[in-house]
Design a protein around this ligand. Sequence first.
Ligand code: CA
Length: 225
Amino acid sequence: MRVLIVEDEVSLAQALVRLLQEEHFQVDMAVDGEEGLLLATTVPYDAIVLDWMLPSMSGIQIVQQIRERSITTPILMLTAKDSVENRVEGLNAGADDYLVKPFATEELIARVRALSRRPSDFVPDQSLTFDDLYFDLITRTVKLHDQENILSPKEAQILEMLIRHAGQVLTRQQMMDAVWGYEADVLEGVLDTYVHHLRKRLAALQGPIIHTIRGVGYTLRGSHS
Ligand code: CA
């Protein structure tokens, strides 16, 4: 079971990560709204714990955007607001459950467990396209014109993330969190090495180009742009 925590109070977020890990969940963490949305729309989670008040995007906006993309991952919202209107607003936006701060940790675990058991109809895409490139996510094959190339699992995850967020700049940290998990102790050089290999494979097909944004991360652009 893989769970995403989106909470800007870092000490609370870290406490929740540890707590859920003790319950044998695999846990990723985001401390701002945009990063939370990026992970929620990239990684197939079994449940998302989402704070209401966040910098850069509110929890409600995140729920709406997740649901607009037809992602049905169960969402538990955390909030200090305990009025009926707020509760209704959260549920109307597409949240599945609601927990008012402060809450007992046992309560949170019980709710997350219940939500993550729910059969999720997060049906991952079977394929993606970008410009003329066809990417079969099941076989990890990239095809362009008559040529094809099979990617390694990590290369495939990196390319999937780049295509889904094409034109946006992804930071190295966002990419490492999504590909290796928040807890993993991966050096940036490892990501760079995978990107280097992926770039060569795409170049062999004369496909899209992964641009380095110095000091930040990477972005995918078409070979003609
Ligand atoms: Ca908050």
